[in-house]
Design a protein around this ligand. Sequence first.
Ligand code: VG1
Ligand code: CO
Length: 542
Amino acid sequence: MIRVVATTPFDGQKPGTSGLRKKVQVFQQPHYVENFIQSVFDSLQDFEGETLVIGGDGRYYNREAIQTVIRMAAAAGFGRVMVGRSGILSTPAASCVIRKHEAFGGIILSASHNPGGEHGDFGIKYNIGNGGPAPEHVTEAIFARSREIREYRISDAPDVDLDTPGLTRVEDMVVDVIDPVEDYAELMGALFDFDAIRDLFSSGFTMRFDAMSAVTGPYARAIIEETLGAAPGTVVHGEPLLDFGGHHPDPNLVHAKDLADLLMSDQAPDLGAASDGDGDRNMIIGRGRFVTPSDSLAIIAANAYLAPGYKAGIKGIARSMPTSGAADRVAEKLGITCYETPTGWKFFGNLLDAGLATVCGEESFGTGSNHVREKDGLWAVLMWLNILAVRRQSVADIVSEHWATYGRNYYTRHDYEEVDSAAADALMVDLRRRLDVLPGTVVNGLTIERADDFAYDDPVDGSVTTRQGVRVFFDDGSRIVYRLSGTGTAGATLRVYLEHFEPDPARHDLDPQDALAGLIEIARTLPDIEGRTGRRAPDVIT
Ligand code: VG1
Ligand code: CO
C-alpha cells in the first residue's frame, strides 16, 4: 500500500558542491531522508515507468537510506530500480550503469571523502540521465521544493533483500539487484590495453592499491588482481567498512600517509595508488615521486593516445578553476582548447556531452573522461598503468620528462578546516570588497596584476555561475585562489590554492612548499587569515 505522509520542511536541505551532506544524526531524524527524496522526485518530470539506479559507498546508514529510496521510487511511479548488490555502487560505476541501461537518473548515497560511521557524515546526490551530477538549475529546484514540502509518498512494503542478485517487486515496480562491478569492469576493458598491462605485471612490475576500506575494494580486486594479474595482496584495505576503519577515506598525503611513506621508502613498489569513499578520487605516487593531481591530469592528457579508447586523440581538456595550468600547456601543444570551470564535476557534464572535452580534472584528486559523467578513481589508475605498460619508464621519469617538455607548475593547496563560519564569510567578503584596489599593490616584492571573483559562462547552455572563488594574479605569473568548501558538514573550510610556473629544468626538483614559500606568506597575510580565524597554519597541506 502507498501511504501519503504529512511532513514539514527542514532547513538547509541545499545540495553543495556534490549533493546534500550532513552528519549521520541529521539524516536519521524522522522524515529527513524522505523529505529530500520527495523534493528530488517533485523536481523531475516524466519518469513514470522509467528506471532509477540506486547505490552507495557502503558507509553507515547506506542500507537504511536505500530501503527508503526504493519504497519512495515505487510510490512515485518508477517502473524499475537497479540497485547494486549489498547497496554498493561506486560513484563512477553508478554513472556507468545509468548510461549503459539508459536509466532516467540515479540516487547515489555517499558523502565521498568525508569520514563515515555512526558519528560521521552521510550524503545523497541525484544524477541525471547522462550519468552526471544534477546541474545547478536542478539542485536549486530541489532545494526550493524542500522548503515548501508538506507531504511525501512511500510504500509500506517490507525491506528488499539487497544481498541476493535478481528480480523482485515493490508495488508495481521491478527491483533489480545487480552485480556492482560487472558493467564497470567491462567498460574499463574496452578503454585500456589489458594485455599490455598484464604483460607489465608479469614482467615483475609491483603496485599497492589502497582502497581505504571504502567502495573501490571489490572493483580493484576484480580488475587489478583477478583480471590484470597483479599479485594477490596488491589491493589493501579492500573490504568496504561502515566507518572506513575510522579513517578519512580521502586519498591524499595526509590521510593516505602509510601508502605515501611506503612509496618514499626502500621497499617501495613501482606504483602506489589510492581512492576515496565513493571511488571517484585517485592518488598516484611513483617510487619516490608523488604526482600532484594537476600534473596527473596534464600527463594523462598528453599520453592518453597510448590507450586504445583514446587512440584517436582527445578533443579538448577541462579543468576546474583552482586546478593548475599544467593541462593548459598540454592543450596548447595539442592545438585543442582547455576549458576552465567552477569547482565540482557537475560543470563538466555539458562540455563532455557536447564533445568539447574528452579529459577532465580537478586539483582535488579527481580525474576522468567522457567514458562516464563522474570523476573516476580507478580509471585514472588504469590509465597510468596503460601509460606505464607502453612507455616502460618509471613514474618519476615520466613526470620529469613532462616538466622538461612543458615546464613545471609548482602547486599546493592549504586547507583551514572547521573554522568559524562567520569569520570565514567575513574574510571572503573583505577580499571581494578589495578586488578593485588590489591591482598595482606590491606585496613581498610581487606586484598584483589583477584580481577577480571567478564567474563561468557555460559555452553549451549559456548559463552563468558567479562567485566561484577569489583569484589574485601576480606579475610573475603566480596565482593565489581563495574559496570556501561546499562539501563540509561542520563550520567552514577555507581553501587556499597556490601556483607558480617554473620553466627552468634546473629548478624542477624543489619541494613545492619551498618553491612557493614567498607566495604562501603573501596568501596568509593578504586576507589576514590568522587575525580573522585564529589559525596560524593550515590543517591539511596537499
Ligand atoms: C571538494 C573539491 C572538489 C570536488 C568535491 C567533490 O569540494 O574541492 O574539487 O569536486 O569536493 O569531491 P569543496 O567544495 O569541498 O572544495 V568528492 O570526491 O566529494 O565527490
Ligand atoms: Co568522492
